[in-house]
Design a protein around this ligand. Structure first.
Ligand code: ADP
Ligand code: GLC
Length: 489
């Protein structure tokens, strides 16, 4: 199959969160399965400048923004040395420090930037004469492309292209005021409740939800949750209407990046047969955060974007209790100012037990995965979550709230049967979180059981192959539909 995979961030070129990890791994596995898959993303400032790794294809695409034309240049690079990646270069929009904004907030012209990108995805097909069977779109930043695809009739071979939109996080929809409508190039007839209007605004994600041939999200549980009011962010009705076209495919882990036996970021490597290296990682981690904790005391780690989604109000609430129990806590994250301040205050109050690093630091993220005993993810909602799966491979036991992908991947440890890979609570409250932590600590103090738990965790396999095969099935379904459509024409 020919697949064009579009995303606004792709690791290692640009990353703010899990989407980049997915976009950097899934296409490579699809390529291994024998598909002609290519990736398209914007050329941000952080993407290496044109050089031996990035070549100018010479193709120029005229992209319509309102009444104007912005000419994008297509550069080509390779993902994992083999999958072609097309970088759309248009410096006025993408030659900036951030991907979506600055510490002060989103860029004010994000509507134009991602209208541009969504159209550029389609214009790339024409510009390079590459006509995929499947256009795989991800999140609001490229969701409009699904709608444009329906309007590009009579030109090129767009009518043969089927689309799949994957929702990585319904909390981000790309909402813009209605004055931006002319920029989209879509007539006002699209600005209706059945169309892309959403409480008086334009909703880019909704454009994709109503137009893509199939929809998916990143875990089965989240696929069900988003059809309900508490998780739907106002779009649950739209999703219920498309329930038959909506699938949950769990993300995978790129074990070439996340494997303690072969991780260049660690002071010592280790595997399930010999955990000595893990102790060295813990020692290093305590040192880096300047914690006065003994090696024998439990250490909880957390690596996350600092947003309300991730449950930091619960972490702040249980912080003092953790310190009183002589449990260490290290957090690496960046984002929301209020959360930054709350965590910093906690670290100042409990300098022996709590360490906070406000930064984006890939290397430190790996060290926390390896050096902590437990990994905390008390999310309000979590479409999939990758860190709990990374933790498992590092023998670092997840303590999670049972929502979305966290519920699908973590099974509470049963002290009687010795089964399970972590600890889970459901009700969103500090008391319930604390109860889960207490359960975890009681197993930590029971060495034979804890060793068993660590082995259970490390033997979990969430490699991408299984997920990629599920995507293959969705692509197949799209092709079969296309064939049927042709027959009935
Ligand atoms: P989300 O996409 O909602 O942020 P995921 O769990 O899917 O959550 O993915 C988060 C990814 O981003 C992981 O690879 C994690 O290690 C990384 N990450 C998040 N915050 C930081 C940070 N401050 N420094 C380094 N890596 C981070
Ligand atoms: C989103 C979600 C996260 C998911 C990631 C990759 O950012 O918040 O749960 O793992 O996308 O799909």
């Amino acid at each position: 199959m020919k697949i064009l995979f579009a995303a606004s961030e792709v690791f290692p070129f640009a990353k703010t969160g899990g989407l980049a990890d997915v976009a950097g791994s899934l296409p490579v596995v699809l390529h291994e399965l024998g598909h002609d898959v290519r990736v398209v993303m914007p050329k941000y400032r952080c993407v290496a400048p044109a050089g031996p790794d990035l070549v100018d294809t010479g193709a120029r695409i005229p992209v319509r923004i309102g009444d104007a034309i912005a000419v994008g240049a297509l550069f080509e690079g390779r993902l994992a040395g083999r999958v072609p990646v097309y970088f759309v270069r248009y410096d006025p929009y993408f030659d900036r420090d951030g991907l979506y904004g600055t510490a002060e907030g989103d860029y004010p012209d994000n509507a134009s930037r991602f209208i541009f990108f969504s159209r550029a995805i389609l214009d790339t097909m024409q510009g390079l004469d590459f006509w995929p069977d499947v256009l795989h779109l991800n999140d609001w930043q490229c969701a409009l492309a699904a709608l444009y695809l329906k309007t590009y009739t009579g030109v090129g071979r767009y009518e043969q292209v089927a689309s799949l939109l994957t929702i990585h996080n319904l909390g981000y929809q790309g909402l813009f005021w209605h004055y931006d409508m002319p920029l989209t190039g879509l007539g006002w007839e699209y600005f209706t409740p059945e169309g892309i209007e959403f409480y008086g605004k334009i909703n880019f994600l909704k454009a994709g939800l109503i137009s893509a041939d199939l929809l998916s999200t990143v875990s089965r549980k989240y696929a069900r949750e988003i059809q309900t009011e508490p998780f739907g962010f106002g779009l649950d009705g739209v999703l219920r209407k498309r329930a038959h076209d909506l699938f949950g495919v769990l993300n995978g882990v790129d074990y070439a990046q996340w494997n303690p036996a072969d991780d260049p970021h660690l002071p010592e490597r280790y595997g399930p047969e010999d955990l000595a290296g893990k102790a060295a990682c813990k020692r290093e981690l305590l040192k880096r955060f300047g914690l006065a904790q003994r090696m024998g005391r439990p250490l909880i780690g957390c690596v996350s974007r600092l947003t309300a989604q991730k449950g930091f109000d619960l972490i702040a609430a249980v912080g003092p209790a953790l310190a009183q129990m002589n449990v260490g806590l290290v957090v690496l994250g960046d984002g929301d100012e209020k959360i930054r301040n709350e965590l910093t205050t906690l670290a100042h109050r409990y300098p022996r037990h709590v360490g906070i690093r406000i930064a984006y630091d890939d290397s430190l993220a790996h060290l926390i995965e390896a050096g902590a005993d437990f990994f905390l993810m008390p999310s309000r909602y979590e479409p999939c979550g990758l860190n709990q799966m990374y933790s498992l491979r590092y023998g670092t036991i997840p303590i999670v709230r049972g929502t979305g992908g966290l519920d699908d991947t973590i099974v509470s440890f049963n002290r009687h049967t010795g089964t399970g890979n972590g600890f889970k609570f459901f009700t969103y409250s500090p008391q319930r979180l604390l109860r889960a932590v207490r359960r975890a600590l009681s197993i930590y103090d029971d060495r034979p059981r804890f060793t068993r738990l660590v082995h259970n965790a490390m033997s979990c396999d969430f490699s991408w192959m299984r997920s990629a095969q599920e995507y293959e099935k969705l692509y197949d379904r799209l092709l079969r539909r296309g064939a049927k459509r042709k027959q009935t024409r």
